[in-house]
Design a binder for this molecule. Structure first.
Ligand code: SF4
Length: 264
């Protein structure tokens, strides 16, 4: 995309500033695409339009690289106008070193370890659930054929499909958002408080909490349809409940955080 096209999209007064900062990035399910500059300036690619996965990801990375290039050009332009020198200095190296140390500490907090444990367990369960899901699919197909009055196979299939999309979608995001929330808390909360702004750490924690809430609901659906996996699913659910409690205790204001466009 050319700089002028990019800037003319951003000129739209209906766009909500910063809406993309605290969303879950699930654009396919988002009701705010028309008001989001990230969506409007990002090429929407459909994997089905490509011969194979490799071609698809090549195009995705090409788009990301072009967008990064454009952002850097605009940043440099703005820095030049303000007389700011963007050349890295020794202080930047010290800052990067300090930040890397903090990142390492954050990865070892109880919240991060719990989120990582959930990621591992959830992924393992999904990787090993093919047989159970196939049986479930066959069961739904036979109950559709039998037209049983107490069953609604179409609705059941939709509920399962939704749960099977929700669980993998949030698996990594919960961990990533919780890292960001904890790092932000250490580094930037004081600045947000001094300047009377809602804290970014609370916003990130809220997005993680939304992911946890949605995942809990999705696992409950799986539990309902796969009682044979009750042991594993209950372990995952209790882990997620524990994580939710810890996040709510560590970020008591997160639930009340107002995300631009979504909670206004
Ligand atoms: S606000 Fe909606 S459209 Fe924009 S990045 Fe987030 S999910 Fe996607």
């Amino acid at each position: 995309m050319k700089t002028n096209d990019f800037l003319s999209i951003l000129d739209n007064p209906n766009l909500i500033s910063g809406i993309y900062n605290y969303c879950d990035r699930w654009c396919e399910r988002c009701s705010m695409t028309a008001r989001c500059s990230v969506f409007q300036t990002t090429p929407q690619l459909n994997p089905d339009d490509f011969a194979n996965e490799e071609d698809f990801f090549k195009e995705v990375f090409k788009g990301v690289s072009e967008s990064f290039q454009l952002t850097m050009e605009l940043l440099q332009e703005s820095a030049d106008e303000r007389g700011i020198d963007l050349t890295p200095s020794e202080e930047d190296d010290e800052w990067i070193e300090k930040r890397n140390r903090q990142k390492e500490e954050t990865q070892n907090t109880s919240i991060s370890l719990l989120a990582m444990e959930y990621l591992d367990l959830g992924k393992k369960w999904l990787d090993n659930s093919n047989d159970a899901l196939k049986t479930l699919q066959e069961d739904l197909q036979s109950s559709a054929l039998m037209d049983l009055p107490e069953r609604n196979p179409e609705q059941e299939a939709l509920a399962l499909k939704d749960a099977l999309e929700v669980i993998p979608y949030y698996l990594h995001q919960i961990y990533v958002k919780l890292l960001r929330a904890q790092e932000g808390r250490e580094e930037d909360d004081a600045w947000f408080e001094e300047n009377d702004f809602p804290k970014d750490s609370d916003g990130s924690a809220k997005v993680a909490l939304i992911g946890i809430d949605n995942s809990i609901r999705a696992w409950e659906v799986m539990l309902q349809y796969l009682p044979i996996h009750e042991g594993d699913i209950l372990t995952i659910l209790s882990l997620l409940e524990n994580l939710r409690r810890q996040v709510e205790t560590t970020f008591p204001d997160a639930r009340a955080f107002k995300r631009p466009g979504f909670d206004d």
